[in-house]
Design a protein around this ligand. Structure first.
Ligand SMILES: [Zn+2]
Ligand SMILES: [Zn+2]
Length: 369
């Protein structure tokens, strides 16, 4: 292992990230150090960079290192970390994915099986990069996988660009459908056909949904959604009125509305529309709305009178990441997963990557340090 590695320091919102050379830590018992092989720019990294996702609210300290959706190759294993989440032996050199957050295992939330709500939740991007172990986010040569995280070996032959979205985007939508209890033969609307929306489309079909309707304003994305399994699409440029879109969904469901709507847009104003698209006992799942302070106008009678439920879903229980990997393995030849790809940027050009991702000039930007 080289003695030092580079990391992209995030000092404050809207400032360019600055590369710094820092000492590579030795892993404590239960931890691992990985060489980052690919780190995507996820919506929440952009929100953090803009300052509208309050890292401070999560106990975050600046300066830090952004980036959490990633893959890495093990360079050092701490004492006692011997196996992955499938019970397979871990070795130096293994390509792995890992949860980017850990729960303590013994607080009241963890004891209730809700590690995502741990009283002492520890997450990438929330620790100071000037304090040991320095490599606290994905935009760096190395990443320190904390004790308590779950690692999974990447199955042979699954390229890292296919796998890099597993530990955030893909796991997140799987967790969302699990929370909402999506079951066989139900109907689904997905708001937004970005990377998350495309994963959600394929995952909803894998859950057994009989009808998946995807809404977006970009024709190219909707065409991709069809290739990921969408049965119908609604183009916002063709159906500009909310009423029209709600009617379209009703028409496709014999006037009943769908069972589950998933929001992957990140704008609160789409929530009332999605709630209107639900039928009786419908469940609305919001995942993209992480901007503190943004609001929407609500008519709660729409929930009450139709027995609807609203779920906010953040993070996922660790075994979901294992499910995500198996999903990719099963579908690698069936879905156009490699087209979800991403434009690659070196660590030196990380600010260009952020600018392009922010301007939506690329579907997904990946940093390859
Ligand atoms: Zn993410
Ligand atoms: Zn805990």
């Amino acid at each position: 292992m080289s003695k030092t590695g580079r990391l992209a320091l995030f000092e404050k919102p809207h400032q360019p990230l600055v590369l710094r050379e820092m000492p590579v830590p030795d892993p404590k018992p239960g931890a691992a150090v990985v060489r980052v092989t690919m780190a995507n720019i996820c919506g929440s990294d952009l929100h953090a960079w803009h300052g509208d996702f309050k890292l401070a609210g999560l106990g975050g300290k600046l300066p830090t290192v952004l980036g959490h959706e990633m893959t890495g190759r093990i360079v050092a294993l701490g004492e006692g970390l011997t196996h992955d989440g499938n019970g397979e032996r871990l070795h130096e050199g293994d390509l792995v994915v890992y949860t980017y957050f850990t729960g303590c295992g013994h607080c009241p939330s963890c004891l209730r099986g809700r590690r995502v709500a741990c009283d002492h939740l520890s997450m990438a991007m929330t620790h100071s990069a000037l304090e040991w172990p320095y490599f606290v986010g994905g935009y760096a040569d190395y990443y320190y996988v904390e004790p308590g995280a779950t690692l999974y070996k990447v199955p042979e032959g699954l390229p890292e660009e296919v796998v890099a979205g597993a530990n955030c985007a893909l796991s997140q939508v799987i967790a969302g459908f699990e929370r909402a209890g999506l079951t066989f033969d139900e109907t689904v609307v997905i708001q937004g056909a970005g990377g998350l929306g495309l994963y959600a489309t394929a995952v909803a079909k894998a859950f057994g949904a009989r009808l998946v309707i995807v809404i977006d304003a970009v024709a190219k994305r909707l065409e991709m959604a069809r290739r990921f399994g969408a049965d119908a699409t609604i183009d916002l440029t063709e159906q500009a009125e909310e009423k029209e879109r709600v009617n379209s969904v009703k028409k496709l469901t014999d006037g009943r509305g769908v069972d589950v709507v998933m929001e992957l847009v990140g704008r609160p104003e789409v929530i009332p529309e999605g709630i209107r698209m639900l039928g009786q006992f419908g469940r609305y799942v919001t995942i993209g709305n992480i901007n503190a302070g943004l609001t929407y106008a609500a008519d709660p009678s729409r929930l009450v009178m139709a027995n609807k439920t609203l779920y906010g879903v953040s993070l996922y229980e660790h075994p979901v990441l294992g499910k995500a990997l198996r999903f990719l393995q099963r579908n690698r030849d069936r879905l156009p997963l490699s087209e979800l790809l991403s434009t690659r940027f070196s660590l030196e050009s990380i600010n260009e990557a952020f600018a392009k991702a922010d301007a939506r000039e690329v579907v997904r930007a990946s940093v390859v340090p």
